[in-house]
Design a protein around this ligand. Structure first.
Ligand SMILES: [Zn+2]
Length: 346
């Protein structure tokens, strides 16, 4: 059996759509017919070679998706054939099978990690699938695999934002918008969205931002001082993968307990600069690993919020592409144009 897949053969080159032979399932693996995949900055960084030397070329990619289980390998107990699943890069319960390999028609090997989603059929590790009821739209479920667990997870688990507190979100793509939704659910008082695109700021406002600031057109420090009456922010969340934004996010929190959470990545080797006296004065800075999400426990909670209309996943999806348009999707993501872009498999 074969699948179409987007393959990264060389970093800094376009992904190529190839036909690959699907391997026989090993213990702990699941074959999923992918319906939709999200596109996020992690894949962009991989394709652009920003994560450093890539030792796994050529390889497939993609790490949030939705689909239907076609077959399960020996020992798999979490899902069975026909189950609707969310695919997530964040490790949950079940077998952890770190890699798999596909073969091209000429017999050469294409590598995959524990999960890939830029393909029609994917062999994934049991611990990267979360079974869900089949009543849901497959189109919206991918967002529960990376964007929402990371963005809302930062608000709920990492920062633990409470009612009445102030937070600024730097960069309102998929993760940033999810953080705004999370902050709204936690009834934060001021939720400030910061980005370079006005159409994304408008989207952020629709999803719960109380203030918006255009990074290119406005003086961020002055705007934040006005909003917080010079008190500084309780929290800042950086989801832009931009050095200046990271430094600003740290500088904007209040002394004596303000917390800055870094979610974005910089190109390998690039660093940020902060003044240690700010740490001594009680500012804090931490990073987040997928919003500290425990998928088997947390994703059903998000699914329930979605079911009851409190999590408007559809609003986050700004563009849908075919698998053949994957490079266009990455280009538009790179330009900062997207909320969350989706790839629809056919
Ligand atoms: Zn992601």
């Amino acid at each position: 059996m074969k699948t179409k897949a987007a393959v990264l053969t060389q970093t800094n080159q376009s992904l190529e759509i190839e036909e690959l032979e699907i391997p026989t399932l090993k213990e702990g693996q699941v074959l999923v017919k992918i319906a939709f995949s999200g596109v996020c900055h992690s894949q962009l960084n991989e394709v652009r070679g920003l994560k450093g030397v890539d030792n796994f070329l050529p390889h497939t990619l993609g790490h949030e998706g939705s689909g239907i289980v076609q077959e399960v390998g020996p020992g798999v107990k979490k899902v069975t054939e026909g189950n609707t699943v969310i695919l997530t890069w964040i490790k949950g319960n079940g077998f952890d099978i770190p890699s798999t390999t596909y073969r091209r028609n000429d017999g050469s090997v294409v590598n995959s990690g524990a999960i890939s989603t830029f393909m029609n059929y994917a062999v994934v590790s049991e611990n990267r699938v979360i079974p869900v009821s089949n009543e849901h739209s497959l189109r919206e479920l991918p967002l529960l695999g990376c964007a929402i667990p990371t963005g809302a997870g930062i608000v709920f688990n990492t920062a633990k934002i409470n009612k009445g507190e102030t937070v600024a979100v730097f960069g309102v793509g998929g993760v940033g918008l999810s953080a705004i939704i999370g902050a709204r659910l936690r009834e934060a008082k001021s939720i400030i969205a910061i980005d370079i695109f006005n159409h994304k700021l408008e989207l952020a406002r629709n999803l719960g931002a109380t203030h918006t600031i255009n990074f290119k057109e406005q003086d961020i420090a002055a705007c934040l001082n006005e909003i917080t009456h010079n008190a500084g922010l309780d929290f800042s969340i950086e989801a832009s993968g931009n050095r200046k934004a990271m430094e600003l996010a740290f500088n904007s929190i209040r002394t004596g307990g303000g917390l800055c959470v870094i979610a974005g990545n910089l190109p390998a080797g690039e660093t940020i600069s902060i003044n240690p006296i700010e740490l001594i004065k009680g500012k804090q800075i931490v990073g987040s690993w997928g919003g500290e999400t425990q998928p088997d426990k947390d994703i059903p909670i998000y699914l329930n919020l979605y079911k009851t209309g409190k999590l408007k996943l559809n609003s986050l999806i700004t563009q849908t592409y075919k698998l053949e348009e994957i490079n266009q999707a990455l280009d538009e993501l790179e330009k900062g144009m997207l909320g969350r872009g989706l790839i629809e498999m056919t």
